[in-house]
Design a protein around this ligand. Sequence first.
Ligand SMILES: Cc1cc2nc3c(=O)[nH]c(=O)nc-3n(C[C@H](O)[C@H](O)[C@H](O)COP(=O)(O)OP(=O)(O)OC[C@H]3O[C@@H](n4cnc5c(N)ncnc54)[C@H](O)[C@@H]3O)c2cc1C
Length: 373
Amino acid sequence: MKKQAIVIGAGIAGLASARTLALKGYKVQVIERSNKAVGASIRNFGMVWPVGQPEGDWYETAMRSRSIWKELCTEAGIWYDAVGSLHMAYAPDEWQVLQEFAAGTDPSRGCEVLTPAQTTAKSGAVITHQLQGALYSPDELIIDSRKAIAEIPAWLEAKHGVEFTWGRAVTSIQYPRVQLGNETLEADLVVVCGGADFESLYPEAYASAPLTKCKLQMMRMAGQPDNWRIGPALCGSLSLIHYKGFGSAPSLPLLQKRYETEYAEYLKWGIHVMVAQNESGELTIGDSHEYGNTHDPFDKQAINQLILDYLRQFARFKNEQLIQTWNGIYPKLTNGESFLTLKPEEGVLIFNGLGGAGMTLSFGLSEKIMNAF
Ligand SMILES: Cc1cc2nc3c(=O)[nH]c(=O)nc-3n(C[C@H](O)[C@H](O)[C@H](O)COP(=O)(O)OP(=O)(O)OC[C@H]3O[C@@H](n4cnc5c(N)ncnc54)[C@H](O)[C@@H]3O)c2cc1C
């Protein structure tokens, strides 16, 4: 008889865990409190983003996730776009960082610095005024996360026999029992992937973990005329100080210092600006980062305006009509680590704290974690 696993939460961490456990031979049941996942996993850019990870283990884990995404999407008929990414430089110190980064990465990654002409050949959206050049990385993949997170459960059911229970919250766990209100389930292994809900299950375990919550503001522009595509996902240079991946560039601290003076308002709200295009041509634009355990639910128009102002420095689009704004919240570790596992009792694993890289890391990381558990 197969061992039973219960996974709580149908965001990307829960879906990745369900896949991994099914492959390990478990009969898996996923329990999601909403009728469909509506947490961080559907509110993001859908960027599978190896270039943001430090070279070595983290880059490799991101690349493992990327290959799982490609395989899964191909099998399940889910759209993805392996467009790569462009980081633009408009000042000599930004250009210096990009060049140092490219020189320091393993040549097999295919990262290269591009002249302005080469950059605009890759993307007609890039602004050429004062453009020094850009870094092109071929690894980045765009997923339409709203669709993908909704469609992966059917694939997990069909391919791996994973069972989904929607619209039921897990109210408590006392291993091996999992309580859904009055209903009691039992499992050999329970994996809790509850995202930003630290309050409902094992609040004491969460309270002692180095965790906070990060609120991000996002926007969407309409689809583009004549199926116009922007090519790679686009980033301005503020992203260089946001992602750990660029930490290898010796000149980065100098750039950070300049930004602290010249972009103080941007740094105050944790703003860096990126753009991804989905299947129907719409542009997902963000984002900001505010930290704290309780966030007010209202968005700040001033933050969205700062994001749009910065965007205008590096990209223009044929249709810039804003059609949506929203925010998302993810758990963020305060000790600099990239994920959190806790074992609040025998047979129970909490997998959380993926910060801004859950789409990038979950598939690869869940394999590493579950294989070691
Ligand atoms: C605006 C934004 C942009 C981002 N951009 C990117 C990006 O481009 N690339 C990237 O790699 N990462 C990105 N991220 C990060 C990524 O989205 C997160 O790391 C990831 O979605 C976290 O997944 P999760 O499954 O842990 O949480 P969630 O997606 O929040 O899922 C948790 C689920 O658990 C359920 N749940 C909680 N408690 C219970 C309970 N008691 N019973 C039943 N169900 C429960 C919730 O309903 C929810 O569906 C972004 C995040 C945000 C917010």
